[in-house]
Design a protein around this ligand. Structure first.
Ligand SMILES: [Zn+2]
Ligand SMILES: [Zn+2]
Length: 377
């Protein structure tokens, strides 16, 4: 078992920084005042009965990514940048451009309902190396990332106002990722966002109707359809879902009952999750000549009062926008206005192609993955 030390520091503007592994400096240089987000608030959309986050300060964030060929020039996430001025192995910091903050400003009084934009927005640095993906991290780096997600998730759940924790990654210019340095994000929401409400309702209804756990039943359904399975894994079911919105969508779902959140995974399950993610991203990296962009979301059980924690199996869900090597599926009018996704592919056929690519591109000397446990300093 490898031990991973966690160190907590603070930027001059009050944002927290967690350094995982060796700590090369014990203080951060002052980068000026900050920590004020006066315009941040939620507005209620009565037509859809849901909240929209208003966050105008985010518009000042970088628009284009420094490309791989530009190397680390100008990358704010590389060693020496404003976020991490000293050498690091892996780190998490509070977002400089948050949409949600732990102590939000009073919302403005307007002609319709507003609310404080409460929560947390964190950035997860997978590695200090500027290039790469979840498929090319070293074995230790990869398992470390999963341990860090679980560690941060557990901490964020300790805030009583948190209703949902979403770990995610936007990768590639096709999905608007502004920085190419391998990293992800975590949002902890002070309210339950619409699609999570929908999922919680679905899990509750399934439980009421059948008396069984929706997560268990979905895993069982995927197991019974080998045509949709992409790769094998002892702790996670890796399949194209039964009804995917996107042609190359893949879900990585925990098999064991009682795995609603990242911190519920055992160290062995975390290692197996890392292996599953490595397989999926390798397929996306190698399926076409250039790596596919994707949205990756870790769907965890929402807060206890929604009554579905027991019926939830956490999943990592990947949505690449591609429908061909140079063709992107747009989220067009029917998808946006009616919420009906029209998938132009046959899920079983696509799964077969992805499975074939996984088998064809798997290196013979794939390194084994270690077990890693975080120790808070
Ligand atoms: Zn970088
Ligand atoms: Zn279950």
């Amino acid at each position: 078992m490898k031990r991973l030390q966690r160190h907590e520091l603070r930027h001059a503007d009050g944002r927290r920084l967690f350094v995982y592994g060796h700590l090369a400096a014990d203080a951060l240089p002052s980068d000026g005042p900050g920590g004020e987000w006066p315009a941040l608030h939620l507005r209620h959309d009565a037509l859809r009965d849901r909240w929209v986050a208003i966050s105008p300060a985010r518009n000042t964030r970088p628009q284009t990514a420094p490309s791989v060929t530009q190397r680390s020039t100008g990358c704010p996430l590389c060693v020496g940048g404003p976020e991490l001025p000293f050498p690091y192995e892996a780190a998490v910091f509070e977002n400089r451009f948050p949409s949600l903050v732990p102590t939000p400003p009073e919302p403005p009084r307007l002609e319709a309902a507003t609310a404080p934009s409460a929560g947390h927005c964190e950035v997860v640095m997978y590695t200090s190396t500027h290039e790469g993906s979840l498929a090319t991290l070293t074995a230790e780096e990869l398992v470390r990332v999963v341990a860090i997600w679980a560690d941060r998730s557990e901490d964020l759940w300790a805030d009583p106002q948190v209703k949902a924790v979403l770990a995610f990654e936007n990768r590639g210019e096709d999905v608007g990722a502004t920085l190419s340095h391998p990293h992800g994000q975590i949002y902890a929401f002070g309210h339950l966002p619409p699609l999570l409400q929908e999922r919680a309702r679905a899990a509750r209804r399934h439980g009421d109707r059948t008396g069984s756990c929706l997560g268990c039943d979905v895993v069982q359904r995927d197991v019974s359809s080998p045509a949709r399975q992409v790769v094998e894994n002892p702790s996670f079911q890796v399949s194209v879902p039964f009804a995917p919105d996107w042609p190359f969508e893949i879900h990585v779902r925990a098999r064991r009952h009682g795995t609603g959140r990242l911190q519920d995974l055992t160290v062995e399950e975390r290692r197996d999750l890392a292996a599953a993610l490595r397989e999926v991203v390798r397929v996306y990296d190698r399926f076409y000549n250039a790596p596919m962009a994707y949205l990756m979301a870790c769907q965890q059980a929402p807060s206890d009062e929604h009554g579905v924690v027991e019926d939830w199996h956490l999943s990592f869900e990947f949505c690449p926008p591609n429908r061909g090597p140079d063709k992107l599926k747009m989220r067009a009018t029917v998808e946006t206005a009616a919420g009906l996704f029209i998938n132009d592919t046959d899920p079983e056929v696509t799964a077969g192609e992805l499975r074939e690519a996984a088998d064809r591109t798997r290196p013979v000397d794939l390194p084994g993955l270690p077990l890693v446990r975080v120790e808070r300093g």
